[in-house]
Design a protein around this ligand. Structure first.
Ligand code: ASP
Length: 330
């Protein structure tokens, strides 16, 4: 087994990992700044492991992790799987398409069945907001929300924060523009909560039809003009246009969306010189982002986001596994 990598490099002095006091990770809005800093510190220490030849630890040896994905996923599911395996856990990926869920089993029945198998950690992605919370009430193990409807995607926000810190050093004081389909985005909701808590000035940029009512009360400034919205921004975070959650015409055509809100080199000139670009994936190239921007390694942090995703999920699994053995956890 490899040594657990230690040493938090660059950035400001980090909070050292402390025992996580929550039983589950359901939403960023359940956490405080100290808890977020502590999870990021753990993840930062795990990040160098990916560069080592032997990437395996035994922190979760003997523990069982079940991945339960009701919505498609490439990055999130595989990175939870890798994170669990790198920590030494036994990982089971439930394929919803071939499971009893496809035969009409309810979420609660599925939860009861899985609970009887006594997993230690259950990762769930579901199309309904609140599904992770519901599951957490029905099982004995720790539940991690890997995206519930339009509500939250906490590990995405943590990996985004880690990526920004890796490149820009600190989050406090940065101007971060989150752009595109805000309405359907759990990534936007989790990120606004996390980034504002860490002291960033967050902007939400998108057409009125894709801006949730009351977004101006999230603690971010709302813009409908892309150039104004990204003006002097340090970070431009693009979101996927989520057609699968749209039940009508939210914009006239993909071409028109790209013209007004797609990030290309021309629009990016309005951001701060040296600004970086992020996207949680999967990308709709030519709709919300141009390949010239997405594939430019000098400005695009998209690959780093994927790399940091594994480290963040290792940190979350470790923190929850520890807190599971803490009688006071809730
Ligand atoms: N992968 C992210 C999510 O599951 C972003 C997206 O799908 O657009 O929310």
């Amino acid at each position: 087994m490899a040594e657990r990598p230690s040493g938090v490099k660059k950035n400001e002095a980090r909070t050292s990992p402390v025992r996580f006091r929550h039983k589950h990770l359901l939403a960023i809005s359940d956490l405080d700044r100290f808890e977020i800093e502590s999870l990021l510190a753990r993840a930062e220490a795990f990040a160098p492991l990916a560069e080592q030849k032997i990437k395996k630890l035994d922190t979760l040896r003997g523990r069982t992790l079940i991945n339960l994905f009701f919505e498609n996923s490439t990055r999130t599911q595989s990175s939870f799987e890798l994170a669990g395996k790198r920590m030494g856990a036994d990982v089971v990926n439930m394929s919803v398409k071939s499971s009893s869920v496809a035969k009409g089993e309810t979420l609660i029945d599925t939860a009861t069945t899985l609970n009887a198998m006594r997993p230690d950690l259950l990762v769930i992605r579901h199309g309904a907001s609140g599904a992770a919370e519901l599951l957490s009430q029905k099982v004995d193990c720790a539940v991690i929300n890997a995206g519930d409807g339009k509500h939250e995607h906490p590990t995405q926000a943590l990996l985004d924060a880690l990526t920004i810190r890796d490149r820009l050093g600190a989050i406090e004081g940065l101007v971060i523009a989150i752009c595109g389909d805000i309405l359907h985005s759990r990534v936007a909701r989790s990120n606004v909560a996390l980034l504002t808590m860490l002291g960033a000035r967050v902007r939400l940029v998108g057409p009125p039809t894709l801006m949730p009512a009351g977004a101006d009360r999230w603690g971010a400034k709302v813009f409908h003009d892309m150039r104004q919205g990204i003006k002097d921004a340090d970070v431009v975070m693009m979101l996927r246009v989520q057609r699968e959650r749209m039940d009508g015409g939210f914009f006239p055509s993909a071409r028109e969306f790209f013209w007004f809100y797609g990030l290309d080199e021309d629009k990016l000139k309005f951001a701060k010189p040296g600004a970086v670009v992020m996207h949680p994936g999967p990308m709709n190239r030519g709709v919300e982002i141009d390949s010239g921007v997405a594939d430019n390694p000098n400005i695009s942090l998209i690959e780093t986001q994927v790399r940091m995703g594994v480290a963040v999920r290792m940190a979350v699994l470790e923190a929850l596994a520890e807190s599971g053995s803490n009688a006071g956890a809730r």
